[in-house]
Ligand binder design. Structure first.
Ligand SMILES: *Cc1c(COP(=O)(O)O)cnc(C)c1O
Length: 482
């Protein structure tokens, strides 16, 4: 790194020079303000002092260091990082929505309430469910909401069930949710095809089983071919079935989970229905339920009273409130725009193209990078590094880091946990063949490098401002300066 690059990489506070200003206020800081002395701060705030131009350059450069869907192929498995149509940004920033106060009166919020109502109806229709709510802030938050609904259902039935079965192919948030909601998590091993094993399920189900929480398609990108039998076994045992629908990008327009009788499910609006996300947010989730669980939905319920939309809080069996009013409205608006722009026929095409893209990558790469499952995958595929390069000490992490040099965001790695050195690729339907081909080409090049010159991988990335970092230390003791 030369000295100019080093300067560019500094934090704004390190670039600060006393007296530099972006804006000059007419009134000086020292001038007496018409505010009671006790509310005034005694020392000046420690803010970087920079010119407007310095600030613009600083943040523009930083933004260019980032990998984003608008700049790079982003095949992060299980995240559905699809293109976010720009019209979504237009609608979500309309003033009537963006300036809405979270505690606006119903009369002042008829527009957004109508959208809450209509979006819920549409999501129910798409999924074959009866009722739902859009209050949850993300996928994991939806899961918690859904499992609290199940808890309330059993409480009212006076059934003492405290176990939730989670297959080992489920998303990590599923067992975490079960624990947070006060249940025991019973981990269940999948069969060699990556599906739930019927005999194992029969043995695991018992009178204490409250819920089977499954991810569909699961984190191996596999659809449970025996889903109807699985649901029936659960229902015969008095057990509810929760479907983690964060992977609905593989099913939308093709399958309605309500048709195979799941009791509760969630959608990740920020995955299946576009919206840029990552780094912890923002997100938005829909919880959808069958009729028998409707009374437990969180308040307030958006209802239609004649021509008026209202927020109904008088629901005796509700699990209560899970979020302040209007939730992550901007995310919901993006999802709603996406929803209105695509009819049922197009939804089917979305899933079909997502599935074709994932299978295209799988079929081109599995000769080199063995696939976990020999079957067709759904919207994502799970590959592993070949033995001959693992034996050279190359790990999945090295491949992921090298991909950055080729201009690709790394796929999800080391997940699902049940696959040793997993590489999980989800291209989504929004990528074209040329992009997929160049990614495939990079993966093949990396394989050759691993065989011929493994150090190229072990020291990768070579072109990024930050090389390898101690990731545990980075999480525990973050130091953002270097
Ligand atoms: C992303 C994801 C979640 C969690 O969703 P968040 O919005 O990140 O909380 C849960 N399950 C699956 C299968 C996922 O892919």
């Amino acid at each position: 790194m030369n000295s100019i690059e080093k300067f560019e990489m500094k934090l704004s506070i390190e670039k600060s020079k006393d007296g530099k200003r972006g804006v000059h206020f007419k009134r000086s800081i020292e001038e007496k303000l018409d505010i009671d002395e006790k509310y005034l701060r005694k020392t000046t705030p420690k803010l970087p002092q920079m010119s407007e131009f310095d600030v613009v350059r600083h943040f523009t450069r930083l933004s260019k260091l980032n990998f984003s869907i608008d700049t790079h192929f982003y095949p992060l498995g299980s995240c559905t990082m699809k293109y976010n149509p720009k019209i979504n940004e237009e609608t979500s920033s309309l003033e009537g929505f963006s300036k809405l106060h979270p505690y606006s009166l119903e009369e002042c919020a008829q527009g957004i309430l109508e959208i809450f109502y209509d979006a819920k109806e549409r999501f129910c229709k798409i999924c074959g469910m009866d009722d739902g709510t859009l209050w949850p802030s993300a996928g994991a938050h939806s899961e918690l909401c859904g499992i609290l609904i199940a808890r309330k259902y059993f409480e009212l039935k006076k059934e003492d069930r405290d176990e939730i079965i989670v297959p080992d192919s489920a998303h990590g948030t599923n067992p975490a949710t079960a624990s947070m909601a006060g249940f025991k998590t019973i981990n269940m091993k999948s069969n060699s095809d990556g599906e739930i094993d019927i005999e194992t399920l029969k043995k695991t189900l018992n009178p204490k089983t409250a819920v089977l929480m499954l991810t569909l398609p699961n984190t191996l990108g596999v659809f449970e071919s025996k889903i109807e039998e699985i649901v029936k076994l659960c229902h015969d045992n008095g057990t509810l079935v929760y479907m983690d629908g964060a992977n609905m990008n593989a099913l939308i327009g093709i399958v309605k989970p309500g048709d195979f009788d799941v009791d509760i499910m969630h959608l990740n609006l920020h995955k299946t229905f576009s919206t840029p996300h990552g780094g912890g947010g923002p997100g938005s989730g829909a919880i959808l339920v069958k009729k028998h669980l409707s009374e437990f939905l969180p308040i307030p319920i958006v209802e239609k009273d004649g021509e008026k939309y209202i927020l109904n809080e008088k629901k005796p069996n509700t699990i209560g409130r899970i979020k302040s009013e209007f939730t992550n409205t901007a995310v919901l608006l993006r999802a709603y725009t996406y929803l209105l722009m695509h009819g049922p026929k197009e939804f089917k095409e979305i899933s079909e193209n997502a599935i074709i893209n994932a299978n295209y990558i799988k079929s081109k790469l599995e000769k080199i990078y063995p696939a976990y499952s020999k079957k067709y995958c759904m919207h994502e595929c799970v590959l592993t590094p070949p033995k001959e390069i693992l034996e050279k000490g190359i790990k999945t992490l090295d491949i992921a880091k090298r991909l950055l040099d080729y201009g690709f965001h790394a796929p999800t790695i080391y997940f699902p946990l049940i696959v040793h050195e997993a590489i999980m690729i989800e291209p989504t339907e929004t990528e074209n063949k040329e992009t997929l081909d160049s990614f495939i080409e990079a993966m093949i090049k990396i394989y050759k490098e691993a065989k011929e010159n493994p150090d190229t991988l072990k020291n990768a990335p070579h072109t990024m401002p930050v090389k390898r970092i101690d990731e545990v230390k980075a999480a525990r003791e973050p130091n953002l300066r270097w």
